[in-house]
Design a protein around this ligand. Sequence first.
Ligand code: SF4
Length: 257
Amino acid sequence: MIKEAMLYEKLSEGQVRCNLCAHRCAIKPGKRGVCGVRENKEGVLYSLVYGTLIAENIDPIEKKPFFHVYPASRSYSIATVGCNFSCDFCQNHDISQMPRATRMISGEDFSPAEIVARAKKSGSATIAYTYTEPTIYFELVYDTAKISVENGLINVFVTNGFMTTEAIETIAPYLSAANVDLKSFRDEFYKKKCGAGLNPVLESLKKMKEKGIWVEITTLLIPTLNDSEEELKDIAGFIAGLGVETPWHISRFHPQF
Ligand code: SF4
């Protein structure tokens, strides 16, 4: 399904600027943003993945991973295709990179109310927006999160954190927790390996803390690329500065993508 996008502005000559993530793509008519799931149709920006779920699973909350959010509960976990990163080592590259590689948008359509009803029926305590990148299916997240809060569920993100302050401010009233990947502490790594940048991620982490969102952090250790003692100390130091209560999950690399 398609829906007019949130958080964008109209520019001259039919162009639009998407302000959801830190790429802040300027998109010409007929073109899509870096994520491949937001398209300028005659001067109006649309999400192409509104309600179109490529994944729906009931996972243990610890698998997200969250170790301090309703331990031992289930988490109703969803995703659409697409991502604003292009990590060389992505473990879900078949769905995250699909729109960029093929322009295809795949999945089954559900309304936000249907998603919340299915989450309730599954006995889950939370809805997790995960597997790809929740920022790029923001309109679906926003509408679903509002309804789920009214139904006694809580919302959690598993995210790369490369979002704008505006996006965080908008979702914060409905978002209880986020597990944010801190993939490296080097901007060069983010540029070369992910097609992104480090600073917006650090800013998002600070902003989430400021908004009272519970934050856990994950780092996938890739031998020789981000596992030097110096870099790990840098990450640990930053996390300690965020707040010593912040859990840091270290995960094991296996080759993908
Ligand atoms: S969400 Fe997509 S279109 Fe919007 S700024 Fe990010 S990459 Fe560009």
